[in-house]
Design a protein around this ligand. Structure first.
Ligand code: SF4
Length: 325
């Protein structure tokens, strides 16, 4: 099948990042120590080896703070990406992630020169108290300023936010989402905070100065945020970390990590919609039957039949789920 989009990832873990956000251990998050030595060779070979099913692909610099890298090295990486894009027409975009305070008109000039198409900003929160307790080293105003500059220069803008940070609350997460939406991003990513071993956050949790969010709490909050962004026409590209390395090397010591976190959120949203229908139709003590696509059955039923159990108990009804083709 055609028209699929691929990503060629290049990890730049903690490269040139002078910060130490309390939750961060980029080496574990990316599972890599440094980018490939000969980046051009790596990218050429990745682009040449792209499966035929992909009609287009992006080169994406993930991790670290790309625009904090020394300019000559940053230009070396970007030049390799640009050359790959020129040689392989299926490469249609170059993406990177960075911090709000590492954006300036000069940086944007450089990114434009090499054909960067999309910039992801780690906003994390729009609450200055949360940012300060998380030792982010930037403010919400920095994010707003950087977002405006990026958009006015015509780059696609993706904002990354987190839930469950020190000093955070559901109310602050909702306010953050409202402020993020007001900045007009093309898309967002939502990451519930995970406690990694060896981080300052782990120490804070051990000392009782930080209470990690549970998976259940994070699912409820993130499901609401997904619904909010969808209502506002903003794509949610990702919910929850997806590095299997996090669990492989045993580095997760707390917080809201679940390998199928996104699916748990979708399941919660389906639960809320079924509940809404039951309430609206005044169903109580009878049977509620619904048909969903086959691929949505497990999300509709919920993990360990949780959605069915909750609804049957609350409304004293029987839930029947059939599938439609
Ligand atoms: S700015 Fe990004 S890479 Fe640097 S410490 Fe914070 S989360 Fe990690």
């Amino acid at each position: 099948m055609k028209n699929k989009h691929a990503t060629i990832p290049v990890f730049v873990p903690h490269y040139a990042c002078p910060n130490d956000c309390v939750f961060c251990d980029q080496k574990k998050i990316s599972g890599a120590q440094s980018p490939p030595k000969d980046l051009e060779e790596f990218l050429f070979s990745a682009a040449a080896g792209l499966s035929e099913k992909f009609t287009e692909a992006d080169i994406a610099f993930f991790g670290g703070s790309f625009t904090g890298i020394d300019e000559p090295l940053m230009r070396y990486y970007l030049a390799a990406a640009k050359k790959t894009r020129e040689k392989y027409p299926r490469i249609t975009g170059i993406r990177l992630s960075t911090r709000p305070d590492f954006i300036s008109e000069h940086i944007l000039d450089v990114l434009e020169e090499y054909g960067v198409t999309s910039i992801e900003l780690g906003a994390q929160s729009m609450d200055d108290g949360v940012l300060s307790l998380s030792e982010r080293g930037h403010t919400a105003a920095d994010t707003a300023r950087a977002a405006k500059m990026i958009k006015s220069r015509g780059f696609s803008l993706v904002l990354q936010t987190m839930t469950g940070l020190p000093g955070d609350s559901e109310k602050k997460d909702i306010e953050t989402a409202e402020k993020v939406a007001a900045l007009g991003p093309d898309a967002v990513r939502i990451y519930p905070c995970v406690v990694l071993s060896g981080t300052k956050l782990e120490k804070m949790a051990k000392e009782g100065k930080y209470k990690p969010q549970t998976v259940e709490e994070a699912v409820k909050i993130c499901a609401g945020l997904i619904e909010f962004y969808e209502k506002n026409g903003i794509d949610v590209l990702r919910v929850g970390l997806h590095s299997s390395d996090l669990t492989k090397n045993g580095s997760v010591v707390g917080g809201a990590f679940h390998p199928a976190f996104g699916e748990l959120c979708e399941s919660e949203i389906i639960y809320r919609r079924m509940r809404e229908k039951i309430v609206k139709n005044g169903i109580s003590g009878g049977v509620f039957a619904t048909a969903v696509p086959k691929t949505d059955i497990s999300k509709t039923v919920g993990q360990k039949r949780e959605n069915i159990r909750r609804l049957e108990k609350e409304f004293d009804i029987k839930i029947r789920i059939a599938y439609k083709e």
